[in-house]
Design a binder for this molecule. Structure first.
Ligand SMILES: Cc1cc2nc3c(=O)[nH]c(=O)nc-3n(C[C@H](O)[C@H](O)[C@H](O)COP(=O)(O)OP(=O)(O)OC[C@H]3O[C@@H](n4cnc5c(N)ncnc54)[C@H](O)[C@@H]3O)c2cc1C
Length: 438
């Protein structure tokens, strides 16, 4: 694995400083980034007994007692049953259900410009639920609690990494305050704009989707009935993700992907007007819509790192790939990266290999990059097909959606994708009762 190390930007003086800040090593792995993927990574390694330090730029952990109460947060993710199994094994799922979680058993996807519609149900997929909508903070709070139980994992908040260096067999990260830490493996889970990816000199292919996601929370006159709804409009897809709030099913989280100009307009209009537009856009399927939070605009860029690893260095989660949210796959793919990398590190260790060994990292990259690339390409295809105004493509997509609805095997395949059942799952993602099965 030929990898050029980037040595710009930091002086070796930073590495030879006397003052070494807390926490003190030695560590086998440094995880940079305490989002959902980074914490999962640290939990998996810590549960296998590795000594790990997790560094995050956030000033402090979440107030775990406050999360999941009152008005739902605007940032949510649809977690697949496979991600749930992973989180169950880490003891985090229990922390999620104790706060707030919204299962959905049905999915309804239709073409706002035509007649095509496809309906999925948990029964057809042979699973109890198709997935769960969970506020990102709820997942994070539950993971932070699981992490706090692990004696071999140290966590430092307010620790922004400013440099990445090589020190003999080890990689070293240098913090903004000049302190540094070293380990045989540095895992970058530092999000879509990943400063560490850049420091490692790993190129990324980025494609502006030409869309911006407007997110908010709404209350609807009719209950959602545990159905995740998505309509493809000419400007982009609009999702109503079902939330259960204090025993009622009349809240939804909105992800409206649209043109930048439309997003600017939608975030500036009065709440009543936005509610009216949302209600009309989903053809009044949930009755009157009332917006109960501010509307936030998030630019959508698809990125894919050209390599997932270098010497003593690996990328996971959004740092490796960021994907259009139309199929709700982003964090699910990231959690799978963490599960596979942890499995390879632990397996390598059993064979006497260091966590940063080339064989370990090559195996990780091989198992994950192709799968993620296929999902990114699929999202691109959907976006282009549904954005198309060419009559032939419009006909194709209507026939396509209706055809999918009629064709049992194709529908089952799509449902497997949606529920995360793709390829060989790492042991940590299998149901707890089947963890020993090969
Ligand atoms: C509108 C929208 C809807 C979405 N819906 C879904 C969905 O339904 N389902 C789904 O699976 N995915 C969804 N996603 C994607 C999902 O939100 C992301 O994939 C996920 O949040 C990425 O998690 P992460 O841990 O990789 O990165 P992040 O959450 O970005 O975490 C990165 C962490 O790194 C830290 N950090 C950054 N730089 C440094 C540094 N230099 N030093 C130290 N720490 C640093 C940050 O503080 C942060 O805590 C959606 C995304 C969007 C935009």
């Amino acid at each position: 694995m030929a990898v050029e190390l980037m040595t710009e930007g930091l002086t070796t003086e930073a590495l030879t400083r006397e003052e070494q800040g807390p926490p003190s090593g030695p560590f086998e792995v440094i995880v940079v980034g305490g989002g959902m993927v980074g914490i999962t990574m640290a939990c998996l390694l810590g549960r296998a007994g590795l000594s790990v330090v997790l560094l995050d730029a956030r000033e402090a952990p979440l107030d775990r007692d406050a999360v999941g109460r009152g008005r739902p947060s605007m940032r949510v993710s649809a977690l697949t049953p496979v991600s749930r199994q992973l989180l169950e094994g880490l003891g985090a799922w229990q922390g999620i259900t104790a706060r707030r979680v919204s299962p959905y058993r049905y999915m309804q996807v239709w073409d706002g410009e035509g007649s095509g519609e496809v309906n999925f149900s948990a029964d057809q997929a042979g699973v109890p639920v198709l997935g769960h909508i969970v506020e990102n903070d709820v997942t994070l709070a539950a993971l932070e609690a699981s992490l706090a139980e692990l004696p071999t994992v140290k966590v430092q908040f307010g620790a922004r990494v400013a440099g990445l260096e090589t020190d003999g067999e080890k990689r070293a990260v240098v913090l903004e305050d000049g302190n540094w830490l070293q380990a045989p493996l540095v895992v970058a889970a530092d999000g879509a704009r990943s400063p560490l990816r850049e420091m490692a000199g790993i190129a990324v292919s980025a494609r502006d989707t030409g869309q911006v996601a407007v997110v908010t929370t709404v209350c609807t006159r009719l209950g959602h009935g545990g159905v995740a709804r998505q309509v493809f409009l000419p400007t982009g897809p609009l999702a109503f993700l079902p939330l259960h709030v204090e025993g009622n099913d009349r809240h939804c989280s909105i992800v409206w992907s649209t043109t930048p100009a439309e997003a600017e307009r939608l975030t500036a209009v009065l709440e009543e007007d936005l509610g009216r537009e949302l209600g009309a856009a989903i053809e009044h399927r949930l009755g009157e819509v009332t917006v109960v939070d501010q509307a936030l605009a998030l630019p959508l860029t698809q990125r894919h790192a050209e390599r997932y690893a270098g010497p003593g260095f690996a990328l996971v989660g959004d740092a490796a790939h960021s994907i259009h949210p139309l199929a709700g796959q982003g964090v699910n793919l990231g959690l799978m990266d963490a599960a596979v990398l942890a499995e390879e590190v632990v397996e390598g260790r059993r064979r006497g290999l260091s966590p940063g060994d080339e064989h370990v990292l090559v195996r990780y990259a091989r198992r994950r990059r192709g799968d993620n690339a296929a999902m990114l390409a699929l999202m691109d295809g959907f976006r282009l097909l549904f954005g198309a105004r060419h009559p032939a493509l419009m006909l194709a997509r209507n026939l396509g959606l209706s055809g999918v609805d009629r064709l049992g095997p194709l529908k089952r395949l799509l449902m497997q994708q949606a529920t995360g059942h793709r390829g060989r799952l790492p042991a940590s993602c299998r149901p707890l009762s089947r963890r020993d099965a090969g």
